[in-house]
Design a protein around this ligand. Structure first.
Ligand SMILES: [Zn+2]
Length: 89
């Protein structure tokens, strides 16, 4: 797994947020990707699948609203929620 880094606002552990403020959200995959994942599981692969992304506590709910979609579609929609210039506090 990659270290926590919000897909939407680029918050990461570097900003001093604890790892517990981040959630890895898993999105939908197609049959081919499902087969790939099963192969990887059998081989004990520990990488970061394309269909899993990190979100900070502020964006996890939005991400989960999209998690039933295929990851490519979900990522496309979520990118539209990205703010142009970093998080607004
Ligand atoms: Zn965020």
């Amino acid at each position: 797994m990659m270290p926590p880094h919000c897909f939407l606002c680029d918050r990461s552990l570097r900003e001093g947020d604890p790892a517990s403020s981040f959630t890895a959200v898993r999105f939908g995959i197609n049959a081919q990707e499902e087969a790939l994942e099963q192969d990887r599981d059998r081989e004990g692969w520990v990488g970061h699948p394309s269909w899993v992304a990190w979100f900070c506590d502020e964006h996890t709910a939005l991400a989960e609203d999209h998690s039933h979609l295929h990851w490519r579609e979900a990522f496309e929609l979520l990118r539209q929620h990205r703010r142009p210039s970093g998080p607004v506090k």
